[in-house]
Each structure stands twice: as structure tokens, then as C-alpha cells.
Ligand binder design. Sequence first.
Ligand code: ARG
Length: 452
Amino acid sequence: MWKGRFSQDTSSLVQKFGESVSYDWRLFPHDIAGSIAHARAQKNAGLLSDAEFSQIEAGLLDIKADIVSGNFEFRTSLEDIHMNIEAELTRRIGPAGAKLHTARSRNDQVATDTRLYCRTEIDGLQLEITGLQLALLDRAEKYAATVIPGYTHLQRGQPVTAGHHFLAYVEMLERDKSRLADCRQRLNVSPLGSGALAGSTINLDRRAIAAELGFADVTHNSMDAIADRDYIAELLFVISLCGTHLSRLSEDLILWCSAEFGFASLSDAHTTGSSLMPQKKNPDVCELTRGKTGRLVGNLMNLLVALKGLPLTYNRDLQEDKPPLFDSVDTLRMTLAVNTEMIAAMQLREATCRTAAADPMLLATDLADWLVKQGVPFRHAHELVGKAVALAIETQTPLDQLDLTAIDPAYGPEAKQVFSLDRALAARTNPGAPSIENVRAEIARWRSVIGQ
Ligand code: ARG
């Protein structure tokens, strides 16, 4: 493509080192859409005849069909997807093909393709996340009234329901979707027409190209448009955070599936056995989800480090943006799909949950609240309950079996009413709290937000 200035061929080692077509071939639908829009603008500017434009458009669509059907041979000697397609177009249609690159550079071309790729993948990720939310909602509904201990520091804290626990993840995933939408909106501007870095002396209608490609606007600074990879960094961050949410869900499930907790069981289809220990049923999907999150975070770091020292505008380092981008998108999509399937089939062991939640210690805070309602200042109430807890531990007596009035007269005979899980949950009616009514109302709200 640049043979005019050079008298030697590129070394084969440099070709191997520098090619990107082995991975950026995936940009082909976007590269072709961008080229057709660019060619149409050339036609409208009088640079291509109607016949030449038709030849280019048909040629590009043929190439696309060949790539889709696996009948296209990518050549690493042509470095990247952009040059592979252009060279093949010219080979097929002749001189009209050689006009396509007028008023365009691979720099604005790759920026356009990558934005279109990210936009498409964001739409796909939104659907996958919604699928997982629906699976979680379904479990939340089934276990809306299943009381479990809620934990802080992985120590039993206060009673909640499994439904409330699952809905916490629906919240996280909704924030991920909102961040994706935000990222999509910011990236949806067309860099095409920015040229290598300084636009072109041939002025094509950038807004018409943008409109054809579904971009909401054009970029406003050619140098920034060429150098900008913020949208990839943002997407990699959003993906990392979504992966982090899934990793935390995984950790909960790994604990819940242990004999020590025993709250949950995953289906045989989503677990593995041991080649040595016959009794084992391992939550590998959860562990892989947790493990793959390291890759997602690593990909974000990879890009940020690649960007941090770059002067304006294009530098070849930028070609290194795609492997982490593709890997993160693919990894998260697969992770979401497999988790959706696994969550949909997950069962809770309700009797074990009930036994764990029946620990009267979980209602120690409610006992302090009861004292507060009798007029005892909270700090004093906290201390009184602390004494009762210490006595329960020392005498190995369940908290609800102690003679509380012997500890302090502030405990009236009705104090023991607090040791009812049903009452404890029913009292938690404030917005965001885990009463069963609230959980059911939240499930209904989510169904109307998400659909189904
Ligand atoms: N393969 C290159 C990339 O992905 C395309 C842009 C090349 N531009 C250049 N000036 N060498 O970044």
C-alpha cells in the first residue's frame, strides 16, 4: 500500500510481528459498513460516478458474504482487516476500488470500526445482563420468603430473605447496564473524515456518513478523534466491574454450596466431579467466573498502560487495544450466559436455611431496638444486650431462653416477643428493607422495569 516510497519489502519477521488481521478480521462487518457510507459520500461529492459507487458497494457486499461463509483468505502480508478488504476489492473490481481510500486514512477507519464494534457488543451485553437479571428474579420469587442469615465480616448478622439477597445482584447488574448505556452514548460519534490526523482537503459530508452509520454526531477535533481510545477504556472498566459483581455472586454461591453452609445446590449440569474423590461436587463455574475476573481487570490495566505515554495522535501502540477489548467482551458474554443457565437451575436447601436463620443471636439487634422503644437510650440498650449475649455464650443457653429480667429490669416480660423471625422481618418495612412484602413488591417493580 505504500510501495511508492520504499525500495525494500517488509521483513517477514516484521510482518509477523505487526500484523493484526489474525484478530481484527472480526471488525469486517463494521469496516464494510463504514466503507459503503464513505463511498456514498464520495459519490455525492462527485468523486465517484454512480456506476463506480455501485461497483464498490456490490464488491464490498460480496466480500462480506465470502467472509461470513468462510471463503475469504486473509493475508497477514496485508497487515490488517482494512487493507485486506481494500486490496481484495481492487483485485475484484479494478480502478474503482483504488478510489475508495480517497479522503480517508486507516486511522479514522479503525477508530470508526472499533466504535461500531463496541456499540454492537454493548447492545449484546445489555441483553445478556437482562437475561441474568431475569434468572435472578425468578430465584428471588421462588425463595422470596426463605429466611437466611445476612452476613457482615462473614459472621452472622441479621435475618434477611434469600429473595432480598438475589435482588441485591439485580441492583448491581442494573447499574452495569446503566454504565453501558452511558458508555454507548459517549462513543456514538463518527470519527470518519478525521483522516490521518488533520482531516482532508477533500471535504466529504461527514454528517451524512455519521447518519448512515447510526452515529448521533461527528467528532469535533480530528486529532482527538484519531488518538481517542477512552471509549474502550470505559467499556473495559464497565466490563471489569460487571465481572466483579459476578465474581462476588460466585463467592456467595461457593460458600452456600459448601457443607459448612449448605444453603444451595447447583445442578449436576453446572458442576463437576473429582477424578479422585468420588463424593465431590464442585462449583467450577463459580470458580471460573471468579478467576476470569482477573483477566477482565488485567485487560483494563493493559489498555490504560498502553495509552498513558502516547503523544498525539495515532501511534502503532494503539493496535494493541483490540486483543484486550475482544477478550473482555467475549469473556463477559460467555460468563453471563453460563451464569444465567446455572442460576436458573440453582436450588436452595430451605430446611438448612431455616435452621441457620433460627439462631436467636440474629435478633440481638432487634432486642436492643425493643429496649429503645421502651425508652432506653440505644448505647445503653446495646450494652444490656451485649451482657445477655455474653451470658448466653458463657452458660451455653440460647439467647431466647435466658431469664432476661434477671439481667436487668429494663427487660420486661414481653421482651421475648422479639424472638420471632416472622415478626422481625415483618417489621422491616422501610424502603429497601427485607420484609417479605417489600421483596415481593421489588420483584414486581423489577418485572415492570425489565419486562417479563
Ligand atoms: N492495524 C492498525 C490498528 O489496528 C490500523 C491503523 C494503522 N494505521 C497506521 N498509521 N499504521 O491500529
